[in-house]
Design a protein around this ligand. Structure first.
Ligand code: PHE
Length: 454
C-alpha cells in the first residue's frame, strides 16, 4: 500500500481539506442557524463545539485514514482485520453518496444564479418598493429552482465539471483545484465583507452577531450548534478518512486539524459579518433566514439595492460555487477511492462509475421541486428526505461509531502513534483526544440523535 498516491505539498493538502470543510454549511447553514438560534450566543456555542468535539473527532478520522492508508471501508479492514468495523465505512460511503445526490442540485442552482446574475435577467425590473421586490425575488427563485428544465441542465453541468476535476486525480485534479480556488475564496469573502461593513446598518448587524444574549440558550440551541459543527467540518462522511489516506507520514495531524477547523470557523464568522449588516441595513431580517431563501432570495435582493448589483452577485455566487465545488469533489472522492481500492479499478473507471449515475439520480432529485413535487414521504420531498436522513441520522451514527472505534477498539497505540507522527512529536493531545473520543463525544452526539427523533 505504500505506493498509494499522496498529496504533493503541505499547502495542497491543507487547501484540499479546508476546501472540503468549507461549503454550504458555512455559507448558508451557519448564518441561518445563527439567526434562528439567537445570534452571538449560538456563535460561541458553535465555536466551543468545533474546538472541543469537532477537532478530536476529526483527529480520529485522520488517524484511521492515515494508519489504514486505504479508502473509508478499507482503512477499517486494514486496521482491524477479521472484525466487522468496516461496516462503519459502508455507512459513511453510503451517507456521502446520498449527500452528493442533493448537494449537486444546490451546486447546480448556484451556477444558474451565477450565470443569470451575470448575463441573464436576474436583476431586471426590480421595483423600488421593498415588499414588491421581495415578492419578485421569491418568484424568481421559484422560476429558477422549481421548474424542471434549467435546474436539471445546470445540475448536469456541475456534475460534468466535477467529473472533469476528479479525472485529473488527487494531485493534478483535487489538489490543483484547491490551491487555486481556496485563496480566491478568501479574497472574495474579504471583498464582500468590506462592502457589507460599510453599509449604514452595519453596526446593528454586527451587534446582533457578536453580542451574546445568553437568555437565548436552550438545549435545542446546543443540539443545533453541535450538528452544525459536525456538518461543517465534514465529519462522519468518510471524507477525512479518505483524504488522510493521501497524507504523507510527515503531516502533523493535530496541527492540520486545528488549521482546518480555525479556517472553517473564520469563514463562518466572515459570512456572518457579510450577511447580518446587509440584512439589517435593508430591513430584511424580519423574515427567518432559512438557508435557501437567504442565499437565493434575500441576498439577490440586497445586491439589487447596491450600486453594481451584477458585480456583487457574481462575486457572491462565485464564492458559493467555489465552496460547493471543493466540497462535492471531496465527497465524491469517498466513493471513487472505495471503488479504486476495493475493486482495484482504474481512476477513470472509478470516477465515471461513481459520478455518471448522478446524471440520473441528481436530476431526479432536482425535479423534487417541480415535476416530482408530489412524491412526498413523511412530509419530505425527495430532496428533503435525502437531506434529513443523512444529516440527522446517518452522519451522527457514523460519527458515534467512529469515536467509539478510535477511542476503544482501534489497535492499541495506533491512535497515539498517528497523532504523534510515530513518536517524533511530543504530543499532549493524545490523552485528551482519547478521553473525548471515549466518553464525551459519543454521549453528546447521541444527544443530537435522540433529540432529532423526538
Ligand atoms: N463541510 C461541508 C459543508 O459545509 C460538508 C460537506 C462536504 C457537505 C462535502 C457535502 C459535501 O458544506
Amino acid at each position: 500500500m505504500s505506493s498509494k498516491i499522496q498529496f504533493s505539498s503541505k499547502i495542497g493538502l491543507v487547501a484540499a481539506t479546508v476546501g472540503s470543510a468549507i461549503g454550504l454549511g458555512n455559507v448558508w447553514r451557519f448564518p441561518a442557524e445563527t439567526q434562528g438560534n439567537g445570534g452571538a450566543a449560538f456563535l460561541l456555542l458553535y465555536m466551543g463545539c468545533v474546538l472541543a468535539l469537532g477537532i478530536p473527532v476529526m483527529l480520529a478520522e485522520f488517524a484511521i485514514g492515515r494508519a489504514g492508508r486505504s479508502d473509508a471501508i478499507g482503512s477499517f479492514r486494514v486496521l482491524s482485520p477479521g472484525s466487522s468495523w468496516w461496516i462503519i465505512g459502508v455507512f459513511a460511503v453510503l451517507a456521502s453518496y446520498l449527500i452528493t445526490i442533493f448537494y449537486m442540485v444546490v451546486e447546480g442552482w448556484t451556477l444558474e444564479y451565477l450565470v443569470e446574475g451575470l448575463f441573464g435577467g436576474l436583476y431586471d425590473g426590480v421595483p423600488a418598493d421593498a415588499a414588491m421586490s421581495e415578492a419578485l425575488f421569491d418568484s424568481k427563485m421559484a422560476q429558477m429552482t422549481q421548474t424542471p428544465f434549467k435546474p436539471a441542465l445546470y445540475t448536469a453541468l456541475v456534475i460534468l465539471l466535477n467529473i472533469g476535476v476528479l479525472l485529473g486525480g488527487v494531485q493534478k485534479g483535487i489538489e490543483r483545484l484547491s490551491n487555486v480556488l481556496m485563496p480566491l475564496l478568501f479574497v472574495i469573502l474579504i471583498a464582500l465583507c468590506v462592502v457589507s461593513l460599510s453599509l449604514p446598518g452595519a453596526a446593528e448587524g454586527v451587534k446582533f452577531f457578536l453580542e451574546p444574549d445568553f437568555s437565548k440558550l436552550t438545549p435545542a440551541v446546543f443540539v443545533n450548534a453541535l450538528g452544525q459543527a459536525f456538518f461543517s467540518l465534514s465529519l462522519g462522511m468518510g471524507i477525512l478518512i479518505t483524504y488522510a489516506s493521501y497524507y504523507p507520514s510527515t503531516t502533523k495531524l493535530p496541527r492540520t486539524a486545528l488549521i482546518v477547523s480555525l479556517l472553517s470557523l473564520l469563514v463562518a464568522v466572515l459570512m456572518g459579518l457579510i450577511i447580518f449588516p446587509a440584512v439589517k441595513t435593508f430591513g430584511l431580517d424580519k423574515n427567518t433566514l432559512e438557508g435557501t431563501t437567504l442565499v437565493f432570495v434575500t441576498l439577490p435582493e440586497v445586491f439589487s439595492r447596491l450600486p453594481l448589483p451584477r458585480l456583487w452577485s457574481t462575486l457572491f455566487f462565485s464564492l458559493l460555487l467555489v465552496a460547493a465545488l471543493t466540497s462535492t469533489v471531496s465527497i465524491s472522492e469517498v466513493a471513487i477511492a472505495t471503488l479504486q481500492d476495493r475493486l482495484k479499478w482504474s481512476r477513470r473507471r472509478a470516477v465515471l462509475t461513481a459520478l455518471l449515475p448522478l446524471l440520473v439520480l441528481s436530476l431526479v432529485c432536482s425535479l423534487s421541486f417541480s415535476t416530482l413535487s408530489d412524491v412526498v414521504v413523511a412530509g419530505y420531498n425527495i430532496f428533503g428526505m435525502l437531506d434529513n436522513v443523512t444529516t440527522n441520522y446517518m452522519l451522527p451514527l457514523v460519527a458515534i461509531a467512529t469515536c467509539l472505534y478510535a477511542g476503544w477498539f482501534m489497535p492499541r497505540g495506533r491512535l497515539r502513534s498517528e497523532l504523534s507522527n510515530y513518536g517524533s512529536l511530543r504530543s499532549h493531545v493524545t490523552g485528551i483526544t482519547t478521553m473525548i473520543l471515549r466518553y464525551v463525544a459519543p454521549l453528546l452526539i447521541l444527544m443530537i440523535f435522540v433529540y432529532n427523533f423526538i
